[in-house]
Design a protein around this ligand. Structure first.
Ligand code: OOG
Ligand code: MG
Length: 264
């Protein structure tokens, strides 16, 4: 893939999000696309969004952390993306879906870091030691690709389908939480959509973040003090429609809520 095509991929993704429209998958359009190039596109896209939307980086997100999703994509490791300050939405409020192409919601455990943590030899135990607190969160994922269908490389270029994130306000120190057995119940309009435990995220969400800290070190990057990291979906993602109310009850934390509407 030539530099010109990397730039075109960045521009296409940026415009698709801005104009709320979809794109054909890249992998078919750019035959020599590989993982490094996909993360190059992601990095350039984040630079462009920071500039044009006058925002900054607030943290990171994991994707494809469950075995089921990895098998679906034919991969053995997760993916990551970058969170921006302007992706944050308030908990308990009603938010417009007008800027989403085909948004879906998923519950996640968020980690807030109290110190910098740099790979490539980070363990899950070190992730826990460097975490100030953990809290329930929702992620709104959205894909800039048609019909929410993509290859792993497409999704990486598309910042791992990131769109918005919503942090709860029930914080706990990480050593107060059982990182595998903590149960969650995810509801849409009062109906149970899924039940799960944190073990759904690679056995332990801290392991997913350790993988990411080591992976981003290859690109000279690290998790910084104060940053938020979404550790990956605990259940399947559920399509968002106007008028929807979602809740996720996290054992030992409490319940996080959000509503969506059409219009501003
Ligand atoms: C969609 C985003 C995945 C998660 O938590 O698993 C994600 C994708 O890249 O498949 O955010
Ligand atoms: Mg997610």
């Amino acid at each position: 893939m030539k530099t010109a095509s990397l730039e075109k991929a960045v521009e296409d993704l940026f415009q698709a999000e801005k104009n709320v429209r979809t794109l054909p998958q890249f992998a078919t359009e750019f035959p020599d696309f590989d993982e490094d190039k996909a993360y190059d596109v992601q990095e350039l896209l984040i630079d462009k969004k920071c500039r044009e939307e006058e925002t900054g980086i607030s943290g990171w997100k994991l994707g494809l952390t469950s075995k089921a999703k990895q098998q679906m994509m034919g991969v053995h490791e997760p993916s990551y993306g970058v969170l921006l300050k302007n992706m944050s939405l308030d908990e308990g409020q009603t938010h417009s879906i007008d800027r989403f192409i085909h948004g879906k919601l998923e519950p996640e455990l968020a980690f807030i870091f109290k110190e910098d943590i740099q790979g490539p030899h980070i363990t899950a135990a070190q992730i826990i030691q460097s975490t100030a607190y953990v809290l329930p969160a929702f992620e709104v994922i959205d894909s800039r690709f048609e019909a929410f269908k993509f290859t792993l490389l497409d999704a990486v270029a598309d910042n791992s389908s990131s769109c918005r994130y919503i942090l709860g306000n029930q914080m706990l120190p990480p050593d107060a939480v059982d990182m595998s057995l903590t149960g969650i119940v995810f509801r849409k309009n009062g109906e149970v959509m899924a039940t799960s435990t944190l073990a759904a995220v690679m056995g332990n969400p801290a392991s997913a973040i350790a993988w990411m800290a080591n992976k981003i070190a290859k690109r000279g990057q690290f998790i910084k003090k104060g940053q938020v990291v979404l550790s990956g979906a605990i259940t399947q993602a559920v399509h968002i429609e106007p008028g929807d109310h979602f809740s996720a009850a996290f054992d030992g934390f409490g319940t996080i809520n959000v509503n969506f509407k059409a219009g501003e």
